[in-house]
Design a protein around this ligand. Structure first.
Ligand SMILES: [Zn+2]
Length: 508
């Protein structure tokens, strides 16, 4: 293929341009669930539950793939969504950070096969954190996600996870923090004038997601015991479900018409995160924010042996990443002579704790490093690759534009695998066959300063041995490999004049 064609391509990728998807939810707001909510509302009415500082909730993202490891949500998308989620939760005073990723290969979990999916979620869940499962499916094609109180975990379907406004994730976390739907009870048979009349006289309602619920009225004196138990969310008889025709709206089609049983016109709020609607500017009310903060407080104050316990006291790196790294080498459409030893290089950016390097095209690698360079030894000759570097920290990143370069490998193995002053380097024993040290035999032409390091097969720097001034002649360096696990490694020697890489195999 003519490489010049690529030069005309736009070398910038745009992440997260997926639009808003309508949201159905599979959370069952049981009696027990509502009791917890009522307790939180009561607590918030008698205590100061908000604080001037953010409260931080650790999340373990369970990134589930099929049995072959295929289909997993990638980490850079999680970091991007986490930042969006944090923006959604700024008014709440709660922020989330990545405690860790848990990688699960299990087709039954991935495809939501009951009951194995529950068993898998139970055995993978981690105490003290928010357990967030990203799966390919839920129990229903229409369900984007759910919170399950039994395990205190939440599930978001992969295809809904990347929503630009993080709607599904934000909604399910709202449930996890004890909020119910504002249209609680009306999920299955939402309001229509034909069914309920212009003046809604029924006093109870129920759905597959709720037990029997007292119907809320305008300015309800009993609002902590009716509807969604939150007093500043007006009655919602499922108005934005638009009569249950499967099309959500961002307005109440019967606004100005529908009245509660006292004949009072209902003034609805269509755009609540906890609703079912087609709005793009959803939010939480003050009452909902109070209930979530009360739930957070009850969680951190519960014993660490309690399923709903959140650990607290840790403040993540909150400084926002505001720029994407400038890619230095390989640069745009660079022809790289070699293929088996390429040192990727980029400018560090402020507030990044680490970088995810994505190499695409004739490969599909993602490697997370906390340096601003990455040595890669396993690319193919005469191939076309793209690469980009995504800066991340514990609270994610919100950049829409990430620089991306194409480059082309040659078929040479030597040109950067050479140092002018070095005649030869040998590693022995290789393979190590149980040895606890390796020897590096150097044959040096003239005095040279070498920076020595050991790199793993996926390019991570395992150990830096520092700069060593090596005299001309033959010498031997001894390097301990006691803490190394079995596998392939590289010794990398760098000088002013080049880089030299030797492969060795540790077998214990
Ligand atoms: Zn819901």
């Amino acid at each position: 293929m003519n490489k010049k064609i690529y030069l005309t391509l736009l070398l910038v990728s745009i992440l997260g341009s997926i639009g808003f998807a309508q949201h159905w939810c599979g959370t069952h707001q049981t009696e027990e669930f509502m009791e917890r909510l009522e307790a939180n509302v009561k607590y918030a009415n008698t205590h100061e539950v908000r604080s001037p500082d953010f409260k931080y909730i650790p999340i373990v993202f369970h990134l589930v793939a099929d049995d072959d490891g295929v289909g997993r949500m990638n980490e850079e998308s999680v970091f991007l969504q986490l930042c969006r989620l944090n923006e959604l939760y700024i008014p709440v005073g709660l922020q989330f950070y990545v405690e860790s990723f848990n990688y699960v290969n299990n087709s039954d979990m991935f495809n939501h096969v009951v009951p194995n999916v529950q068993g898998g979620m139970s055995s993978n869940r981690v105490d003290g954190v928010l357990n967030f499962y990203i799966l390919a499916a839920t129990h229903d094609d229409n369900v984007a996600g759910y919170y399950t109180g039994g395990l205190d975990v939440l599930v978001v379907r992969k295809s809904n996870f990347l929503e630009e406004n993080s709607e599904t994730s934000g909604h399910e976390i709202g449930h996890l923090l004890s909020l119910s739907h504002p249209h609680y009870g009306w999920e299955d048979e939402p309001y229509t004038p034909a069914q309920y009349g212009e003046t809604v006289t029924i006093t109870t309602i129920s759905s597959s997601q709720s037990p029997t619920v007292p119907v809320e009225i305008m300015d309800d004196p009993n609002c902590t015991n009716t509807g969604d138990r939150i007093c500043d969310t007006p009655p919602d008889y499922g108005f934005t479900q638009n009569g249950g025709n499967g099309i959500f709206t961002c307005n109440n089609p019967w606004e100005g018409i529908v009245k509660d049983r006292n004949g009072v016109l209902i003034e609805s709020i269509p755009n609540l995160i906890m609703g079912y609607n087609a709005c793009t500017d959803n939010y939480f009310t003050e009452g909902q924010i109070d209930a979530m903060n009360a739930d957070y407080i009850s969680r951190i104050n519960s014993g660490s042996n309690q399923q709903q316990h959140f650990k607290s006291g840790y403040t993540p790196n909150l400084n926002e990443i505001t720029e994407a790294p400038n890619l230095i080498y390989p640069s745009v459409a660079e022809n790289v002579d070699t293929y088996n030893s390429i040192l990727f290089d980029w400018d560090p950016v402020p507030n990044a704790d680490s970088y995810i390097v994505v190499i695409s095209g004739d490969a599909d690698y993602r490697i997370q490093v906390n340096t601003d360079e990455l040595f890669v030894s396993n690319l193919e000759p005469s191939s076309t690759y793209g690469w980009k570097v995504i800066p991340v920290n514990e609270v994610g990143y919100c950049l829409d534009l990430i620089n991306s370069n194409l480059f082309f490998t040659g078929n040479s193995t030597s040109s950067t695998n050479e140092i002018e002053e070095v005649n030869n380097i040998q590693v022995y024993p290789n393979p190590t066959l149980g040895a606890t040290d390796i020897k590096l035999a150097l044959d040096i032409d003239k005095e040279v300063e070498l920076k020595l390091s050991i790199v793993s097969v996926d390019g991570k720097s395992i150990e830096t041995l520092g700069n060593k001034n090596i005299q001309a002649g033959n010498s031997v360096q001894t390097i301990s490999i006691e803490n190394f696990t079995s596998g392939v490694y590289f010794i990398k020697a760098e000088s002013q004049t080049g880089t030299l890489v030797k492969r060795f195999v540790v077998n214990k």
